[in-house]
Write a protein that binds this ligand. Sequence first.
Ligand SMILES: [Fe+2]
Length: 343
Amino acid sequence: MRIEELNGTNCKTYLLTVGNEAALVDPVRERLDTYRVLLQKRGLRLRLVLETHMHADHLMLNREAKELLGAIVVMHRESPSPLVDRHVVDGEVLALGDERIEVLHTPGHTPDSVCYRVAGAVLTGDTLMIGGSGRTDFPGADAGQQYDAVVGRLFALPDDTVVWPGHDYRGKTESTIGEEKRSNPRFLGRARGEYIALMGSLGLPFPERIQQSLQVNQSGFEVEEVTFPLVADVAAMPPITPEHLADELTRELPPLLLDVREPEEFVGELGHIRGALLVPLDALQRRLPKLAGYIGREVIVVCRAGARSATAGAILRQAGFGHVRNLAGGMLEWNARGLPTER
Ligand SMILES: [Fe+2]
């Protein structure tokens, strides 16, 4: 398998090729034309778009981009993105030509962070960088989990495994697992607790455009449609646990359940909760007038993992809905507790 970095910037996109079959790892939307020309010039067929996690620093592919490239978008099962064709879990193996791409679930930077292991190399996303690691100060991040992922999983790979990171801010392009074990200052000589303390003390500035990138990536909205409140406000909406919700649904006047996923998800693998009203997030703003009758009612917003519903909640609150709560962990958690669903 041939691996090339395409962007030449801090933010890395990799092209994997086996014969004339190709995969793109973490493509950046604004470079779409460059990728297309390159694929065409080389006569490559793009099979897979492999995302290492939900990105906060750049725009991921949108619907049109996905269609233009004609490839299957792969992300971890816990990804909040609405545009995933194939959700994967730890240990799953994808094929490119006659080669294998193994998924390693390495949460920490985000809950849905994965690394992709191929013959002789590993694409580490924002889990492990050259002489560094991905920040763990965004909502859902967990420095302890990241330590376990890097030290327990990645450092257990053969020393000569080449490391291809999602970012590099120091002009380095390539390293190996052995090199990182010997010299990565974030991990060298640090116990788990010390790593957590270090990561908690970094005080990194938030990336430019984080609000726009995250909310566009999580919602499937187009950039110009993002007119709703800040991530901070979104995070302030009270959560409700699946058990608590199941309980409230047995009341005489149960809360209104608003499911903001795509129609195919509503009837897909995870199903939906009985009585839920389907209003996909990108249609919510338009349909607000129709929902006006519910304005005094308790509303629970539901999605796949709890991210799109947080955005929906912010939109509803901005529109005057006073009692909006977010189903914590979305339909993934609801299913994980074995609560009943319909399709
Ligand atoms: Fe990231």
